[in-house]
Write a protein that binds this ligand. Structure first.
Ligand code: V0V
Ligand code: CO
Length: 145
């Protein structure tokens, strides 16, 4: 069902500073920068590699306010790994399959994600403490395109 690690989401206080850090330290290239009001974030995708089932990224996340998922996370835990995003071919089908198991879905239907992807989150308490995101890349982002 999972095709790759699409991205690792990292919570930070200052997006611009962290973009510069990943550029200068690891030579990563900024692939996209977006504000996602519904998710309460300003985010940047730093391209890491391309594989047979798609690309992988580091997603840098700055909260739009304190009462957002990333704002609350930063207040509680400070900067660091916030979630893991796995690639799937069909996020709706994956939600149906996972929802039939003992894992709470934070999204019953796919939502709008970075770079035109369809995304959905699973509750961290049911995934061993890991906030887990399913990512169906937009058509243009698929294999070798
Ligand atoms: C909270 N908890 C986490 C966590 N956030 N555990 C692991 N990883 C995280 N990131 C734990 C927290 O320590 C609490 O455990 C418990 O879950 C409840 O947390 P809370 O602080 O009371 O906060 P809630 O319940 O209001 O919200 C937590 C959830 C929320 C996970 C339900 O953050 C959520 O719905 N997240 C999904 C949306 C999201 O994260 N969007 C931002 C990324 P204790 O202390 O009680 O044991 S947007 C994105 O990735 C995009 C756009 C993209 O990829 O394209
Ligand atoms: Co994400």
């Amino acid at each position: 069902m999972l095709t790759r690690i699409d991205h690792v989401g990292i919570a930070c206080h200052d997006l611009e500073e962290k973009i510069a850090f990943y550029e200068t330290t690891f030579g990563l290239v900024l692939a996209s920068r977006e504000v996602n009001e519904a998710q309460g974030v300003k985010e940047a995708m730093m391209h890491v590699a391309d594989g047979p089932s798609g690309s992988s990224y580091i997603q840098l996340l700055e909260p739009l306010g304190p009462d957002t998922p990333v704002g609350k996370f930063l207040a509680k835990r400070g900067e660091g790994v916030h979630h893991v995003g796995y690639g799937v071919d069909d996020v709706a089908a994956a939600l149906e399959a996972i929802g039939a198991k003992d894992v709470r879905l934070l999204d019953r239907r796919p939502r709008h994600g970075s770079m035109g992807a369809s995304i959905a989150f699973l509750h961290p308490k049911d995934v061993g403490g890991v906030l887990t995101e399913l990512v169906q890349a937009s058509e243009g982002q698929h294999e070798g395109e």
